[in-house]
Design a protein around this ligand. Structure first.
Ligand code: NDP
Length: 253
């Protein structure tokens, strides 16, 4: 029996990278997974893979920077499976390492809406169901960038994610609902692959790199998924409000 046996989980950004690895691990651990992302074909492909692996899965196309889409994901999940036990707020975009002087107002807005507002919307709507059930686990995917070692928008959004993690944990500590975060270090995915890196503000990315140890090994998407799965499962039942850095110590100094 898996550690997520019979749990219903929503994983945002599950068609790629860390979210995809998380969806695969969740299914292997017995969960039903709702795969959410903007790209319909990519969502459907992952759902097919999960079904071939013997899992139960559903694709729901959504842009999680929009409140109405987040509401639709939650409604579709409850309609299909009757409840939500686990929410993984994983969807996100990088911000090209834009420093404040180079980051336009529009780009700041786009990044913060995607990486921060999405967590507020999804968590708020899922909680309506978790409160009724008296249990649930919310896992936010933060970043070592929360410490300021990314562009201005991404750093701000991920720091806010850490604060929201603790704030939600405090609000529901006396109930069976927990909220924690995994903060990945550099992890090979399309988010920071060669195509993405070509658009980075090279000078500021180099300045940020001086403040972390980039010579250490990188974690894999599967490493991040393992940490997310532990927070999602009852194995971490007495843990809430925590941010777990999965980065080989990259951000320790
Ligand atoms: P990927 O680019 O591989 O995956 C990002 C996922 O988010 C995709 O599934 C994408 O799907 C989805 N997504 C992006 N924007 C939206 C949106 N507006 N609405 C719905 N879905 C969206 O990146 P990672 O797997 O690396 O990133 C996952 C998380 O990990 C992010 O929160 C990221 O900030 C964090 N992280 C990653 C690190 C790394 O080094 N890779 C380091 C630190 C943190 P679609 O395009 O179809 O919408």
């Amino acid at each position: 029996m898996g550690v997520l046996q019979d749990k219903v989980a929503v994983v945002t950004g599950a068609n790629s990278g860390i979210g995809r690895a998380t969806a695969a691990l969740f299914v292997a651990e017995g969960a039903t997974v709702v795969v959410c992302g903007r790209r319909t074909t990519a969502n459907e492909q992952v759902v097919q893979e999960l079904r071939v692996a013997g899992g139960r899965a559903l694709a729901v196309q959504a842009d999680v920077s929009a409140a109405t889409d987040c509401r639709r994901v939650v409604d579709a999940t409850v309609e299909a499976f009757g409840r939500i036990d686990v929410l993984v707020n994983n969807a996100g975009i990088g911000d090209r390492h834009m420093p404040i002087d180079e980051c336009s107002e529009d780009w700041f807005d786009t990044v913060v809406r995607t990486d921060q507002y999405s967590v507020y919307y999804m968590t708020k709507y899922v909680l309506e169901h978790m409160v009724g059930a008296g249990s649930g686990s919310i896992v936010n995917v933060s970043s070592i960038g929360a410490g300021g070692v990314a562009g201005i928008a991404y750093s701000a959004a991920k720091a806010a994610v850490n604060a929201m993690t603790k704030n939600v944990a405090i609000r529901y500590a006396a109930t069976g609902i927990r909220c924690n975060a995994v903060a990945p270090g550099p992890t090979p995915t399309p988010l920071n692959g060669p195509e993405a890196a070509a658009a980075f503000h090279a000078e500021f990315a180099e300045m940020c790199a001086r403040h972390i140890d980039v010579t250490l090994p990188t974690a894999s998407a599967q490493d991040q998924a393992q940490a997310i799965c532990w927070f999602a499962s009852d194995a971490s039942r007495s843990v809430t409000g925590q941010v777990l850095y999965v980065d080989h110590g990259t951000s320790l100094y």
